[in-house]
Ligand binder design. Structure first.
Ligand code: FES
Length: 333
């Protein structure tokens, strides 16, 4: 059975089967709403159901996902039991055909740290894929599983992509298949995905916060800002447990030299006794809390694990950042 889902305050509507969730149905029909994990964890897809009913058990969410009101729901979970009127936090039309499946060739494989591998994939001759700075792709594995990785390069390099892959112990792809990937191998990828991309209609200063390989989409955005010569104030915080987790030190040093107005803070949370590290210690959200009195006129872009993004969101809220100025991409294993 299929229902009509009306977006409140607009003429836009889409169909959604009772077994489908609102987010998937909207995206299938070219309507993009905020999302990240698509697993009911990050809270990015939160929106209001103004009229109508949802299938029991698919409503709501938790305090951790930012659900506080009875009419708020996670659209990646919510399935309709009637026609609905909904109010997503934002939405826009996209061309569903802009997403492509491409066979890309591995042309570089570099170990950035003991647990981080960089893969560079080149698209076939003549194939270019448009994406926005900060978005991700999905690797389509031979058994039908998918893995998501953010592009670390800027969109003007549209003939290839750079990925930073954290080698998770027992990770189905990162701990087994990745080890055997050779230069010249072909990987099937689908892109672009994701709502984490630079809003260029804003001129507000940017607070960019990365945890671990969450640096990849942040790097894509910053490379894009450089390419486009955007004049926005930038504060970058990159958190890792140990020094080798800040795996692009040369790049940070280059940015510091080229853009002296940028403020760049690597932050380590687990420094061994006797370490040579003299930089920031602790967690990135604590560093942000210590450095800012007010964030009410900033845009914040954060990518990393759920605990980091949740803690940072709370700090930003306390510092006056409007919810609508917080953009995040969350790793969910
Ligand atoms: S909770 Fe729905 S996209 Fe993350």
């Amino acid at each position: 059975m299929s229902f009509k889902i009306q977006i409140q305050g607009s003429d836009e509507a889409f169909d959604c089967a009772s077994a489908e969730n609102l987010l998937d149905a909207a995206m299938r029909q070219g309507i993009e709403m905020p999302y990240s994990c698509r697993k009911g964890v990050c809270g990015n897809c939160k929106g209001r159901v103004v009229h109508g009913d949802l299938v029991l058990g698919t409503q709501g969410g938790s305090h951790e996902t930012g659900i506080n009101q009875p009419d708020e729901h996670l659209f990646c979970r919510a399935q309709p039991a009637s026609d609905l009127s909904i109010a997503p936090t934002s939405w826009h039309r996209v061309d569903p055909k802009a997403r492509k499946i491409v066979l890309a060739k591995v042309f570089k494989k570099i170990q950035l740290a003991s647990d981080v591998t960089q893969l560079q994939l080149r698209f076939p001759a003549g194939v270019r894929v448009k994406f926005k700075a900060g978005q991700y792709l999905q690797l389509l594995l031979p058994d039908g599983q998918r893995r998501s990785y953010s592009m670390a390069n800027a969109p003007h390099e549209s003939d290839s992509v750079q990925l930073h892959i954290r080698n998770l112990p027992q990770g189905y792809f990162s701990d087994t298949m990745l080890k055997n990937i050779q230069i010249g191998d072909l990987l099937k990828v689908e892109l672009p995905h994701g709502d984490f991309w630079l809003r260029e209609d804003s001129e507000r200063p940017l607070l960019m916060v990365a945890g671990g390989t969450g640096f990849a989409p942040i790097k894509s955005i910053l490379d894009h800002i450089i390419r486009q010569k955007l004049q926005r104030k930038v504060h970058l915080y990159w958190g890792a447990r140990e020094l080798e987790g800040i795996y692009a030190n040369d790049l940070l040093a280059r940015w510091m030299q080229q853009f002296p107005a940028w403020v760049i803070h690597p932050v380590l949370s687990n420094v061994a006794d006797g370490s040579i590290w003299t930089g920031r210690l602790g967690f990135v959200h604590e560093a942000v809390q210590a450095d800012f009195e007010n964030l009410n006129d900033w845009d914040v872009y954060a990518c990393g694990g759920m605990p980091m993004v949740t803690a940072l969101r709370d700090v930003c809220k306390r510092l006056g950042l409007p919810d609508s100025n917080f953009y995040s991409d969350v790793f969910v294993n």
